[in-house]
Each structure stands twice: as C-alpha cells, then as structure tokens.
Design a protein around this ligand. Structure first.
Ligand code: PMV
Length: 356
C-alpha cells in the first residue's frame, strides 16, 4: 500500500502527472451536469501534460474551503477562484475531507502557458487524480484499480468534460454508445485493448498557428449547440461515425480513420460557423496547413491527416513509420505557418503517472 502520510504532522501528499488528449470524434454539446450529447473518443497524448502536487494538512472543521493555489510557482488568484468554486460544488458528494483539511495545490504544465494548447484536460485530470488519491489514503485503501480511475474520470469530467478522457492510456471513449460495452455518460473508459498496434504509436505534431486565447470559450460554444438547427443531425452523425471509427481502429484501417477524423474536425468548426451568433476560430494559416496536408497525402500516398480542437491550431496525425518523411514535409511546407516556429511534437501516450 503506497501511503504518503507524514506521521508527525498528519499531512497527506499526492502528486500526479496527467496528459492532455485530442478528440477524434468530438464532444460538442452537453446537458445536465456536464453530460455529453454524444459519445466521443480521443488519443491520450504524452508530452502535453500537467503535473500537480497536493499537500493536505488537517485543520479545524470549517464551512469555508482553505486552498492555496500556485501555478508554476506563482500565486494565481484567478485559477484559484475557479478551483475553489469547483471543489465547493463537489465536496459534499465526493470529498467531505475538504471541510477539515487545508490544501496546498501546486501545478505546472509541460507546454508553455498561452501556447494555444488548452490545459483544462490535463489540469483537471491531474487535480482529480490527486484528490482521489488523498481521499483513498484517508480511507485506508491505496490500490490504483479500475474504480479509482473511474472516480477520477468522473471528477475530471465535472471540472471540464473532455478531461474525463485523460485518465487512461492510449485511447478513451466518453459517453454512452450502444455498440461500446461499458461506455457511459458519467465517466470515460480506456479502450486500448481493442486498438490495432498501428494507432498505439501514432504521432500528433501540434502546429501552433496562433498562440492567442480563443475568442469564444468552449463553454459558450457548447451552449450555442442548444439552438443550433443542425444539432439533432449532428448527434446522430457522431454516433454513426463512432461505430465506423471503432471498426477502423480495431482493424488497423488507417485510411478510414483519417477520413473520419478530418471530417469530424471540419464538422466541429462548421457547427461554430452556423451557430447563432456565428463565429470562426480558424485562421488563414489553419486552412493553408489543411490544404498542404491533403495535397502532400495525395501526391506521396503517405497517410498523414489533421484534426482540430476548438481553435486554429492543427494536430498533424501520422503513423510512426512515416516520421522521417512527415518531418521533412513539415520543415519544407508547414513550418512557415507556425507562430514563433512553434510545433509541439507529441504522440500517443501511456496515461497518467503517479509521482509521489
Ligand atoms: O472539455 P471542454 O468543455 O473544454 O470541451 C472540449 C470540446 C472539444 O475540445 C472541442 C472537443 C473534445 O471532445 O475534446
């Protein structure tokens, strides 16, 4: 049993490194308490991650939360307030120990702040893992088993929907889907055992077209789906694409994988463009990169594809065996579109890691 309780002070310690993830079938539109309107699936990433450490010290019981929040060593009152609100909303149900413990939370990202990479998935999942770990230590259990990660996925989801998918290696599915056994709206499940090996070493080079913060938050974007005239058709389409993609992932069909993945990325942004009010998160550079990828693929027959998050940056996806050719292609044609030359070279990863 791995316990990190200081016997003298009764402080409890937990530290986790948790990765970001990139959705292939996108979650866009939600209801209730952060529940998805369609099932989504993602690659777990490796380099883009957050490390969070929490020290819980006993204190006299009090209604008010007691939290010190440091981001990369600096006090961050804005983040701190958000975390405070989030923890207040879940403490009765999940973490009553928060009434009688002070928390010191230290968090740092491996990717630069304001690099255009959202940190909510890695950040929320790292925090969820630390809290579940402390809770588990307090109750005398310390096995990092399926139910531990399931609970961490639920907590991460309540913090930021897509974070639910960050607590498993390789690939995760979040949201109930009739053909995926065990899939659920409340938590994500790991599906690595059903995936062909070609996808387990896939690369994701993230080309930062713009480092600017996006003009419309994903919370606002999800809300706009409530009145989007295409919403019903979209949720149906996501379900169909999920079935097709699962088959492709199982059989190692990279071409079908690529087609569905690109269609999903463009659908996500099309939904934004036909929201009311409409908005565009793509930049000119995004379109240029997409065109280059399609042209290069057609000419070279090398299976390189793109996906997009809710922003202008392009995730360039390809099998490991083509690394040399794709790196050359990026250097020759795509590098020019990267703001400050920034490309984060990432790949499918092994999921969260307990550091202490
Ligand atoms: O987790 P949120 O609320 O930031 O929503 C994320 C939505 C997308 O990143 C656009 C898609 C996804 O499934 O991750």
């Amino acid at each position: 049993m791995s316990k990190s309780i200081d016997q003298k002070s009764n402080k409890i310690y937990s530290s986790w490194k948790s990765p970001s993830n990139i959705a292939l079938i996108k979650y866009w539109g939600k209801h209730g308490r952060q529940l998805p309107n369609n099932a989504s699936i993602s690659f777990t990433l490796s380099h883009a991650s957050t490390t969070t450490s929490v020290i819980a010290s006993p204190r006299p019981s009090n209604e008010k939360l007691a939290i010190d929040f440091l981001f990369e060593g600096q006090s961050e009152p804005n983040f701190g307030r958000k975390i405070d609100k989030f923890l207040t909303s879940i403490r009765d149900e999940f973490f009553p120990f928060l009434y009688s413990y002070h928390l010191e939370i230290n968090t740092a990202n491996t990717f630069p702040h304001s690099s255009g990479i959202a940190s909510s998935a890695s950040g929320m999942s790292a925090l969820a893992l630390c809290l579940c770990d402390i809770d588990q230590q307090l109750s005398g259990q310390a096995e990092y088993n399926e139910s531990f990660f399931r609970k961490a996925s639920i907590i991460a989801r309540l913090g930021s929907g897509s974070a639910a998918r960050s607590v498993f290696p390789t690939m995760s599915v979040w949201g109930q889907h009739p053909q995926i056994l065990g899939s659920d709206d409340q938590f994500a499940i790991g599906i690595q055992q059903n995936i062909d090996p070609v996808f387990k070493t896939f690369h994701d080079d993230i080309l930062i077209v713009s480092e600017k913060q996006k003009s419309v938050s994903s919370t606002a974007g999800h809300n706009l789906m409530n009145n989007n005239p295409y919403a019903k058709a979209r949720y149906h389409q996501a379900g169909e694409r999920m079935s097709q993609l699962m088959k492709a992932l199982e059989s190692g069909d990279v071409e079908t994988f690529g087609k569905i993945t690109e269609d999903e990325a463009l659908t996500l942004h099309a939904l934004m463009m036909c929201s009311d009010p409409s908005y565009i998160l793509l930049e000119e550079g995004t379109l240029s990169v997409i065109k280059w990828i399609r042209q290069f693929r057609a000419e070279s027959n090398i299976p390189v594809y793109f996906t997009l998050d809710a922003g202008p940056n392009v995730h360039i996806l390809y099998p490991d065996q083509y690394t040399r050719q794709v790196e050359q292609f990026i250097a020759d044609h795509l590098q020019q579109y990267a703001q400050n030359g920034r490309i984060i070279k990432d790949f499918v990863g092994q999921g969260p890691e307990k550091l202490g």
